[in-house]
Design a protein around this ligand. Structure first.
Ligand SMILES: [Zn+2]
Length: 98
């Protein structure tokens, strides 16, 4: 998530109403935080906020933990306990999507 945040720091976010935000990146994308949809489709596919979602949530003051798939969050914690290292994408992918 930290990498996503770093990637998104320079993007500008504008509210379009009803939980929908436009992220002015290249290309521009639309994020719907109520329906958990980003037009880049990574949020829907991964169940974890993409860089666009991270910047929208951080700029709008939302609690990011409310928008992370609970199963993915649980798996993330399990990986941390099993490996005694910070979880990585491969660990999460193998247990959730593998
Ligand atoms: Zn996205």
């Amino acid at each position: 998530m930290r990498a996503s945040f770093n990637e998104s720091r320079t993007w500008v976010v504008s509210a379009a109403g009803d939980g929908v935000y436009e992220v002015h990146s290249f290309p521009n994308v639309t994020v719907d935080i109520i329906r958990h949809i980003c037009s880049c489709q990574k949020w829907q596919l991964n169940g974890f906020p993409c860089a666009h979602t991270v910047i929208v949530l951080s700029s709008s003051g939302k609690d990011m933990t409310e928008y992370v798939d609970p199963l993915l969050l649980y798996t993330n914690i399990l990986c941390l306990l099993l490996h005694l290292d910070p979880p990585n994408t491969n660990c999460m992918d193998a247990r959730v999507f593998g």
